[in-house]
Design a protein around this ligand. Structure first.
Ligand SMILES: *Cc1c(COP(=O)(O)O)cnc(C)c1O
Length: 429
């Protein structure tokens, strides 16, 4: 059942990232613990950059996938820009020395405070998601006596064939605006001395492996950009969003080389480029693609509750829970489970891996063939994206530490929370 991955390898039955056995990490930092491989993230970044090498491109890492400062800092060093969705994420980027001129700001509910912060910080572009937001940004820019950079997020009504909770490019979704409305908003923005039109934006969803859907979204953007050019509105960039699909189980991951070729070919053969002579920069906003497969959550089996009869289930109660990793409870997401020490025999027994939280949705994996004993350590794979960032303190559980592996080093990039951390802001009145 061991799936070949670049991230981990087995040596003498033990699971390794680079030169570090995951057991050593658990021994030093305890469980549950999030562990990431830096080389995996760096490899993904170069693969995408290479796939787009014929274009002027900017990879704006989607900070919400994994916003640990150490990871943002290292991505800055590789030349990444950032896609943010809040003032908090902007603060993170600034704290690691990220260049605000490489930041795009997405999201349907930007507050006045966040808009002011971003204008003052000098971000590259707001990805505007409604008419009201455009008017608010213009207002704030006028008050601050600045010019705010904008692009409109179009909703191209494309079904990317993904989970309904992570699909964003359909008319029924809350994101972006229809193309005709976007066209009107651009014309309005053009007349404002406090708005500067930068590009056209879309993001059609997450976990997309079918590159045709990305191609279609780009076609829509190119068509709109060309229409804008005819109105005297020239754009600097096309932002084609994130959502590049990866493998959790048996999914076919995106082929980034084919993705890069498709985008390059569409752009260079477009009317915009060929006839109107406009060659916009391409912005991509990958989150999961860069970090998901780099990460795992290592947990310990606390108790086994074998089924007392055929109508019951086998439960393995582990020390990680839905507060540490929400994806299974939220999306019914599948994560592969790897024992840290290779199983010596195979088994027909199926186990539900559940946490200690008082919710029936508190499961991490269902019906897995595992040969388990109490005290065993298990890696919940592919949890580098939307793992720690979706975690909470439900049931007053301090969150796990985050450890970055590089070569033979275990770098603690976030320490384990204490109960004191959780209680600090509360007052008995
Ligand atoms: C979440 C998000 C992304 C990243 O999505 P992934 O599936 O992690 O690549 C990119 N752009 C926007 C606007 C997002 O909301």
């Amino acid at each position: 059942m061991f799936t070949k991955s670049m991230t981990v390898s087995r040596k003498n039955g033990l699971l390794f990232i680079d030169d570090v056995a995951l057991e050593q990490v658990a021994a030093r930092f305890g469980t549950p613990v999030y562990i990431y491989s830096w080389s995996q993230i760096a490899d993904r970044f170069s693969a995408l950059k290479n796939a787009l090498s014929e274009l002027d491109s900017l990879i704006c890492y989607s900070v919400k996938a994994n916003s640990n400062l150490a990871i943002l800092h290292r991505l800055t060093k590789l030349g990444a820009g950032f896609d943010i969705v809040s003032g908090g994420e902007l603060e993170r980027v600034l704290q690691v020395g990220g260049n605000p001129a490489t930041v795009v700001f997405s999201g349907v509910g930007k507050s006045v405070e966040d808009i002011d912060f971003a204008i003052k910080a000098g971000i590259y572009c707001f990805n505007v998601e409604s008419k009201s937001e455009l008017l608010r940004i213009e207002d704030r820019a006028r008050l601050l006596q600045k010019v705010a950079p904008v692009s409109i997020r179009i909703n191209p009504n494309i079904d990317a064939g993904t989970h309904p909770y992570i699909s964003t490019g359909l008319n029924e979704n809350k994101f972006g605006v229809p193309e005709q409305m976007a066209f009107e908003l651009y014309k309005k923005a053009k007349t404002s001395s406090h708005l500067d039109i930068k590009g056209v934006d879309s993001h059609i969803g997450s976990q997309i492996s079918n590159i045709t859907a990305f191609g279609e979204a780009l076609d829509h953007e190119l068509k709109l950009a060309s229409r804008l050019a005819s109105e005297g509105i020239d754009i600097n960039h096309l932002d084609i969003g994130g959502g590049l699909g990866i493998r959790y189980d048996t999914e076919v991951p995106i082929n980034v080389t084919a993705y890069g070729k498709l985008i390059t070919q569409k752009l260079t053969s477009s009317r915009l480029s060929q006839i109107q002579g406009i060659n916009p920069k391409i912005i991509v906003e990958p989150g999961r693609y860069l970090v998901a497969e780099s990460g795992m959550l290592v947990t310990k089996v606390e108790y086994l509750k074998p089924a007392p009869g055929p109508e019951f289930k086998n439960f393995a109660i582990v020390d990680a829970a839905m507060n540490d990793l929400l994806r299974p409870a939220l999306y019914g997401a599948y994560h592969n489970i790897e024992p840290l020490i290779e199983e010596s025999e195979s088994t027909d027994e199926k186990w539900n891996l559940v946490g200690p939280i008082c919710e029936s949705a508190d499961f991490l994996a269902l019906n897995r063939s595992l040969s388990l004993s109490e005290g065993d350590l298990l890696a919940i794979m592919t949890t580098g994206a939307y793992g720690f960032t979706l975690s909470s303190n439900y049931n007053s559980r301090p969150r796990p530490p985050e450890i970055l592996i590089e070569g033979d080093q275990m770098l603690e990039i976030r320490s384990r929370e204490s109960i004191d951390d959780l209680l600090r802001r509360e007052k008995i009145v």
